[in-house]
Design a protein around this ligand. Structure first.
Ligand code: TYM
Length: 354
């Protein structure tokens, strides 16, 4: 891709406790990307209200996710940390994207089906249009890279489709106004207003699974608290959850191939690898042949060692809500300046006077 400023955007919903899945699949990787590009990390409160939220809980969760970002090592001065509702251009571009995306595209979104459940008629319109707002989050900064867990892949593909349709539908106008950048699409070079964002998905924790069932995603909405490690769990709770995690009766295999058809073993090895910043192969080189009775205590120790300092720091930060709100306000102003510029151009392109 040429022409576009390389920029990272990603978001986390302020709904309930953050899990080890959120941390390993997303936040830990947000931290790593700060060394490579300008990063914008957002607490997506407008997305949260697509499902009913208690207002006081929503405010507390917005601050808690911000605290988790900061406690994990995101630098709000060198980069940008803010909450979505402070920058009205997200919703504004979201509306334009509602008019770009096709019903057929949204009908294919598996997360809507999962979240709406059996009674989709009773779901909010916001839940249905959720992916369009998500596309606007990234595109209002013309971001080029998005670190996310595996479960967001389909939403990122939709974002690329929306960007491409906008670029195509308005190509003449974009060129006439001189607002485009050169971008390679296959063998062609096109003049584009929005980049086709690259998902940054991968590593051993792209999909952290439930500790009770290795075929289900670890999720903050799972009714069983034993299914997940929360970033706010204390050392004893983390150790207990790892000890009680569902496993199988076989010893750990010597190679990654041996994890096939052993979802619980695969998950626990993946969690160890992501926490230790090594590959699953490296974990099996050390623990291959060991029983879970030996591996689980090692995993529990490692999880406590990595997660406890973050939860302690989160507690310290959330005790000072004025500081957290100051970070969000400052980040919102800096994000808003970029978003305003994009939205001004979008209005010119689309023909919206004002
Ligand atoms: P959310 O809040 O559900 O999750 C935040 C991030 O955590 C990742 N994640 C996981 N990764 C691995 N294993 C798991 N078990 C696991 N559970 C969650 C998610 O993939 C995500 O990266 N729609 C998004 C929020 C969003 C967003 C955006 C993301 C709104 N706008 C723009 C990127 C760009 C969501 O609900 O994430």
């Amino acid at each position: 891709m040429t022409g576009f400023h390389q920029r990272v955007f990603s978001g986390v919903q302020p709904t309930g406790n953050l899990t080890l899945g959120n941390y390993l699949g997303a936040i830990k990787r947000f931290v790593a990307m700060q060394a490579e590009m300008d990063c914008i990390y957002c607490v997506v409160d407008l997305h949260a209200i697509t499902l009913p939220q208690d207002p006081a809980d929503l405010i507390a969760s917005t601050r808690a996710v911000t605290a988790a970002f900061l406690a994990s090592g995101i630098d709000p001065k060198a980069h940008i940390v803010f909450n979505q509702s402070r920058v009205p251009q997200h919703a504004e571009l979201g509306w334009v994207f509602n008019c770009i995306a096709r019903l057929g595209w949204l009908n294919r979104m598996t997360q809507f089906k999962d979240k709406a459940g059996k009674n989709a008629e009773a779901a909010s319109v916001g839940l249905y249009a959720y992916p369009n707002l998500m596309a606007a989050d990234m595109m209002v900064y013309r971001a080029t890279h998005v670190p996310v867990g595996e479960d967001q892949k389909q939403h990122i593909e939709l974002t690329r489709d929306i960007a491409q349709k906008f670029n195509n539908d308005y190509s003449t106008r974009i060129a006439a106004l001189g607002l485009g950048h050169e971008m390679r699409v296959g063998d062609e070079t096109v003049n584009a207003f929005f980049p086709l964002i690259e998902p940054v998905i991968g590593g051993p924790a792209a999909r952290v699974m439930s500790l009770r069932d290795g075929t289900k995603k670890m999720s903050k909405s799972d009714p069983s608290d034993m299914s997940r490690i929360n970033l706010t769990d204390d050392a004893d709770t983390i150790a207990k959850k790892v000890r009680k995690a569902v496993s199988d009766p076989l010893p750990l295999p010597e190679t990654v191939d041996g994890l096939k058809d052993r979802p619980e073993a695969d998950n626990l090895v993946g969690i160890y690898a992501a926490l230790a910043d090594v590959t699953k192969d490296a974990v099996l080189a050390e623990f291959g042949g060991a029983q879970f009775s030996a591996f689980k205590p090692a995993l529990a120790d490692l999880a406590v060692q990595k997660i406890e300092p973050i939860s302690a720091e989160m507690r310290r930060i959330t005790a000072d809500p004025a500081y957290v709100d100051g970070v969000l306000k400052d980040g919102g102003e800096r994000a808003g300046a970029i978003a305003e510029e994009t939205m001004k151009a979008v209005k010119q392109i689309v023909g919206l006077l004002g």
